[in-house]
Design a protein around this ligand. Structure first.
Ligand code: AMP
Length: 278
């Protein structure tokens, strides 16, 4: 495996690359994206770049975990062919405070787009730069960040990037907690309380399957109640939406998407789950 700090001299564009963009502090969720590509015998490049343009909270950016040596080991152990660790200057030669803003209003009404203003604008900016530099044939994204996955899929098509965007299912620990780099900032008791996030969505699923006329508001309040049974949890949002459009639902007549963002010990965690109607 090769570690690259720049792609300006290492021209990989002639290679058939599958791309896994990350912000580092790698875990089994990131590894699953690499493994998915390696299962299909693809050549994989993992990028590690904590993108300053997508943080609306400076403290969150500064506290973002950095474990580069371990990241390189993990990427290598799951078969990555390249790890790309660019500088801010390589990604943003003209700075990132420019007036260039990409938005997809239809997918940016709810969830993190609403409570983290500027976040997805920063994500689209970094992905467009990374796609230009890496020139991959395929790119893998986790469905743990489901809104991001939908936005990137749409943006790739709209801008005509010749990249196939592939979504990978969320990897969870034995208690159902979605793996996240931010989990590293939680204490043991914070980690235990964080399992309420997944549990609350599974309980909402049960509630719905017991009674399919359960109202959206009722499901939302059931989830909220479970989350607030921990005094460590502060809810950012609990939303129930259409899984394809992320539009609000007045009634449930099909599969539905539950999205949660919550602060635990000051750390912002997100998760989601799609409940099947049948
Ligand atoms: P991040 O480093 O958090 O920006 O994540 C990089 C990529 O890994 C994104 O496509 C995430 O959606 C994906 N990812 C993060 N956590 C998980 C997980 N638990 N399961 C699956 N994919 C994940």
């Amino acid at each position: 495996m090769k570690v690259l700090e720049s792609l300006k001299e290492n021209n990989l564009s002639s290679e058939n690359l599958s791309f896994v963009p990350t912000m580092g502090a790698l875990h089994k969720g990131h590894a699953a994206l690499v493994q998915e590509a390696k299962m299909k015998n693809e050549k994989v490049i993992v990028s590690i770049f904590v993108n300053p343009a997508q943080f609306n909270d400076k403290e969150d950016f500064l506290k973002y975990p950095k474990t580069i040596e371990r990241d390189i080991e993990i990427a290598s152990s799951v078969g990555a062919d390249y790890v790309y660790i660019p500088s801010v200057e390589e990604i943003y030669p003209n700075g990132y405070e420019s007036k260039l803003i990409l938005q997809i209003p239809s997918l940016m009404k709810n969830l993190c787009a609403r409570t983290r203003p500027g976040h997805f604008e920063g994500v689209m900016l970094v992905i467009s730069r990374l796609f230009h530099l890496v020139q991959p044939k395929k790119a893998y994204f986790g469905k743990k960040d489901y809104q991001q996955y939908l936005i990137i899929s749409e943006f790739t098509k709209s801008l005509g990037f010749p990249v196939e965007v592939i979504g990978v299912e969320t990897v969870r620990n034995e208690n159902g907690l979605a793996l996240s780099s931010r989990n590293e900032r939680l204490t043991q008791s914070g980690l235990e309380d964080a399992t309420l996030i997944y549990r609350s969505m599974k309980i909402a699923e049960e509630l719905f399957h017991k009674n399919k006329s359960t109202k959206v508001k009722k499901l939302q309040s059931a989830i909220t109640e479970i989350l607030l049974s921990s005094n460590k949890i502060k809810i950012d949002y609990v939303e129930i939406l259409d899984p394809k459009t992320l539009d609000e639902l007045s009634s449930i007549e099909n599969d539905f998407f539950i999205g949660i963002a919550a602060f635990i010990e000051g750390v912002r965690l997100i998760d989601n789950y799609t409940v099947r109607y049948a």
